[in-house]
Design a binder for this molecule. Structure first.
Ligand code: SF4
Length: 274
C-alpha cells in the first residue's frame, strides 16, 4: 500500500492590475520534484488571466481564440524547465501507440528544423548558461515563424496534449479577427495583456532551486531536454517550500507590473509580448 501524502491547502490572493482573485492551491507537504508545481501554478495563472479576459469583454472586445484554430501553433513556444519535465511525465503516461506517434512527430519536426539550419540555435537556447539578448530571441522567433512548422503536438489542427499544454499556449488570446493570425508578422494582431506569465515564474523557480539560469526551452526540444536533464529533474524539495518560492516570484512580477503601469504615461500601451 502506498504512503499517504499530506496535502496543504492554501488560499492565495492575487492583486493584479486587472482586479483581484483568490485561489485555493494544494501542494504536498512532502518532498516533491519541481515539476509538481506546474499544475497549481498554471491554474493560478489561468485565474489571473480570467481577470484580463473579463476586463477585455467588459470593454466591448471579443476574444477570437477558439478550439480548432491553430494559427498560433506555428510560433516558437518557450517552456520552462519544470514544464518540460512535467510534459515528459505526461507523455510517459500515454498509451504506447500514442507515445510512439508523438515521438515520431517530434523527430520529424526536429529534422525539419535541422534542415532549415535552426536546430543548433534552438539547442543553444535550451542549453546555454548565457543570457541571450532580446535581438537574438527576436531573430530566432522570426526565422522559426517564417518556416510555419506546425507544433509536433498539433494533430489535425487540434492540440493533442490540451490538458498538458504549456502556460505560453494558454496565455495567448487575441482580440483581433482570427484570419489576421495567419501572418502575425504582417498583420496587426492584438493579444490581451498577461500580467503574470507562468512560464517565467516556473523558469525563475527552476533557477532558484537549481542555481542555474532561468531557462526557457523551445517546445519541440522539450522532450529531449527533459531526457538529458532527468537527474536534475529528480531533485526534490518540500512542496510548501517550492510553493512559497513560486508565489514570491508571482508577487515580484505583480509589483513590477503595478510599478510599470504607474510609470507609463496614460494611454501608452505596454510592449507587445514576444
Ligand atoms: S502545445 Fe498544443 S496549443 Fe501549444 S503550440 Fe502545440 S499544439 Fe498548439
Amino acid at each position: 500500500m502506498g504512503e499517504a501524502r499530506l496535502i496543504e491547502r492554501l488560499e492565495v490572493s492575487l492583486n493584479t492590475p486587472a482586479g483581484q482573485c483568490t485561489s485555493s492551491i494544494e501542494v504536498p507537504t512532502s518532498f516533491v520534484p519541481v515539476a509538481a508545481l506546474v499544475q497549481p501554478m498554471r491554474r493560478l495563472g489561468e485565474q489571473a488571466l480570467a481577470l484580463e479576459e473579463r476586463k477585455t469583454l467588459a470593454a466591448g472586445k471579443t476574444i477570437s481564440c477558439r478550439m480548432g484554430c491553430a494559427a498560433c501553433c506555428r510560433m516558437l513556444v518557450p517552456i520552462s524547465a519544470p514544464e518540460a519535465l512535467a510534459l515528459k511525465e505526461a507523455i510517459g503516461k500515454l498509451p504506447p501507440q500514442r507515445r510512439q506517434a508523438l515521438s515520431q512527430q517530434v523527430a520529424e519536426t526536429r529534422s525539419r528544423l535541422e534542415q532549415a539550419g535552426l536546430l543548433a540555435r534552438l539547442t543553444e537556447i535550451a542549453e546555454t548558461d548565457r543570457q541571450l539578448t532580446d535581438e537574438e530571441f527576436d531573430a530566432i522567433n522570426r526565422d522559426y515563424y517564417a518556416l510555419r512548422v506546425p507544433c509536433p503536438f498539433l494533430d489535425n489542427e487540434v492540440c493533442s496534449i490540451y490538458e498538458d499544454r504549456p502556460a505560453a499556449c494558454r496565455e495567448l488570446l487575441v482580440t483581433t479577427p482570427p484570419e489576421l493570425c495567419q501572418d502575425i508578422t504582417a498583420n496587426p494582431v492584438h493579444p490581451i495583456p498577461v500580467t503574470v506569465r507562468m512560464s517565467t515564474v516556473l523558469a525563475l523557480l527552476w533557477a532558484d532551486v537549481t542555481g542555474g539560469p532561468a531557462r526557457l526551452i523551445p517546445l519541440p526540444l522539450a522532450p529531449e531536454w527533459a531526457d538529458r536533464h532527468a537527474a536534475e529533474g529528480n531533485g526534490t524539495w518540500p512542496g510548501t517550500q517550492l510553493l512559497e518560492k513560486a508565489l514570491d516570484k508571482v508577487w515580484q512580477i505583480l509589483n513590477d507590473a503595478f510599478h510599470d503601469r504607474a510609470q507609463r504615461p496614460s494611454g501608452q500601451l505596454p510592449p507587445k509580448p514576444a
